[in-house]
Design a protein around this ligand. Structure first.
Ligand code: ATP
Length: 285
């Protein structure tokens, strides 16, 4: 028996850092949405008590550092399951890019195991399990367009964002989310105005122009300082006529939004000359 799951990437329309909490984590508000750039995972249950993970990307760890491996181990321990699982990850989402690739794979794994091993877990129980793997996993369990807050554990679905094309530019640098948050100084937030509630209202009003006007990411200043080249990509996208441009997660992927396919395609073609990985995707509900 084989079980196949699709694991879509997420994009940030906003990422507001409200303040640093006493426990050292940052209090966040974000609008996230799913796009049709996705990994595909194939699960095959095996009788032996083993976890085997394979992937088409040689640099990706397949041992307990892999989020899929962690999700299977967590479920096996929690529900005392002594058979095993073999998983093949067809990775299409760029890694360490701010697109939640590891988290969406973990969420897909929890969905698959819930079905394969008849766990009968409801959405809240799956979200609780997801939180133990990573802070973006709860959102990935829900998907679509959502208002996400806290460290990422509070996920409130909202109206789907207005449909559009998204051009994604991911230069050949990997960014560690932990490092970027560590480098973020409270002083850098003084002039930062949170935009998530404004973007939420724009989405609820189906006002695309207002939505793209308020795309925003509080971490841009830190990631751009370390990789000034990203600012160049952002400015280029604006010059090429994208309706709105922002960074996803802690970067380095830069997102450009357009309702017009031929414009998005033109920008995609122009960027391919000097950026390592460029994608064109659609928003999905
Ligand atoms: P984060 O915000 O958590 O850093 P991201 O979207 O920027 O997420 P990911 O693609 O999730 O980045 O990769 C982050 C790290 O997780 C990488 O160092 C990668 O090696 C590790 N990782 C573990 N499992 C996976 C997986 N299944 N897919 C992608 N990365 C994974």
């Amino acid at each position: 028996m084989e079980w196949i799951e699709r694991a879509p990437a997420k994009i940030n329309l906003t990422l507001d850092v409200l303040y640093k909490r006493e426990d050292g984590y940052h209090e966040l508000e974000m609008i996230m949405s799913s796009i049709d750039l996705a990994d595909h995972l194939t699960f095959t249950p095996i009788e032996e008590n083993r976890i085997e993970v394979y992937t088409n990307k040689a640099f990706l760890p397949v041992d307990k550092r892999n989020h899929v491996h962690q999700a299977i181990r967590l479920v096996k321990e929690q529900f005392q399951i002594d058979s095993g699982m073999l998983v093949e990850i067809d990775k299409q989402i760029p890694v360490a890019a701010g697109l939640g690739g590891g988290s969406t794979d973990a969420a897909a794994t929890l969905r698959a195991l819930n079905g394969i091993w008849d766990l009968n877990l409801n959405r809240e129980e799956l979200i609780d399990l997801g939180m133990q793997i990573g802070t973006d996993v709860p959102y990935s369990m829900v998907g679509g367009t959502a208002f996400v807050s806290g460290r990422g554990e509070n996920v409130r679905p909202i109206k789907p964002m207005p449909a559009c094309w998204v051009v994604l530019a991911k230069p050949k640098i990997s960014v560690s989310t932990k490092t970027i948050f560590k480098a973020l100084e409270v002083a850098q937030l003084e002039n930062y105005e949170p935009q998530s509630r404004i973007v939420e209202a724009a989405i609820e009003a189906e006002d695309y122009e207002e939505m793209v006007r308020h795309l925003s990411n509080a971490l841009e200043v830190v990631t751009f300082q370390r990789h000034p080249y990203l600012k160049n990509i952002k400015e280029r996208m604006i010059r090429y006529g994208m309706d709105g441009v922002t960074m996803s997660g802690s970067g380095p992927t830069i997102l450009g939004f357009s309702r017009n396919y031929s414009r998005a395609k033109r920008v995609y073609n122009s960027l391919r000359g000097f950026c390592e990985e460029v994608y064109i995707a659609r928003t999905i509900k």
